[in-house]
Design a protein around this ligand. Sequence first.
Ligand code: NAD
Ligand code: ZN
Ligand code: ZN
Length: 340
Amino acid sequence: MKAAVVRAFGEPLVIEERPDPEPGPGQVRVRVEASGLCHTDIHAAHGDWPVKPTPPFVPGHEGVGLVEKLGEGVTHLSVGQRVAVPWLGRACGRCEHCLSGWETLCEQQVNTGYGCDGGYAEKMLAWADFAQPVPEGVTAFEAAPLACAGVTTYKALKVADIKPAQLVAISGVGGLGHLALQYAKIAGATVAAIDVTDDKLQLATELGADIVIDARKQDAGKELKEHGGAHAAIALAVNPAAFEAVNSGLRRGGKLVMVALPAHGTIQVPIFDTVLNGTSVIGSIVGTRQDLAEVFQLHAAGRTKVIYETRPLVSVNESIDAVLRGEIKARVVFDLGAGR
Ligand code: NAD
Ligand code: ZN
Ligand code: ZN
């Protein structure tokens, strides 16, 4: 089987021929149909974060495909069933976090495409208990971005505790942001979308943004304040200055939800304003299996739209460059050809 491999940080990925991986106890082998390119995969390939993966590794945590082989003890999945293999590859199931509905905070977790090989491959392994069944009516190409971009922003909006009639700022209308915007609308909020490319601003308008802010020309904080200030701002742009801009545009009691993970990212949080205005800064990491089930359910019901372009896996390096240049409308999904 073919896989795109990070051999060294910052170097182009290499397409390698590898033997099919053998599922161990509790695992399944998936024949990958579609695999999304999340900006996290670029951070992984560049070694951007304090906790780094170990090359060589196969990135990708938006892999979707058909179960092809069951490991020992797997009884609840069947061969031929479509599953998604998200970032949360496995968690312990026993710790305080796992037992309280916060498996995403489990300290024993293994992350797909980071702590084990991921979805940039024709075949991949998944822990059966964390492979998410994809319902009828959701294609592999739509399920792929939903498996990370979707679940992460759906969860971030839950964390922000959005109510109808509130103003929500979506900073960055890329892979994550185009879905965040739709979940905020579903929650009943008024949405201010912020980006720095014409295409993304256009996309935000098409997806129903009520206010569109061009951060190249406008001060996002000031614009939000002119609308009364945001009850919540979801920071999805890979740029610390964009976090600070929306933080300054919160209304009293507002919440900044940090989701993007720029390399060496730090921001200045003014103590006086934070205390006097009673604002909060919250981190939000992906979502649980239940969150992903809800994301798939919403999509199957026709309530969300996934914007993507398909490309072959051999285009992986050009595709990464295109994401970094901001030339992708929302998500690249690699077509692994398994569906044909
Ligand atoms: P993306 O590249 O598809 O989207 C980023 C968007 O931000 C683009 O539309 C870009 O034009 C826009 N942008 C850039 N500079 C801006 C600025 N100054 N102001 C406003 N918008 C700006 O990336 P993505 O796949 O959506 O991922 C975004 C980030 O989220 C990455 O850092 C990724 O690692 C992170 N992420 C975090 C989680 C989590 O669980 N916390 C999960 C997935 C991804
Ligand atoms: Zn991701
Ligand atoms: Zn745990």
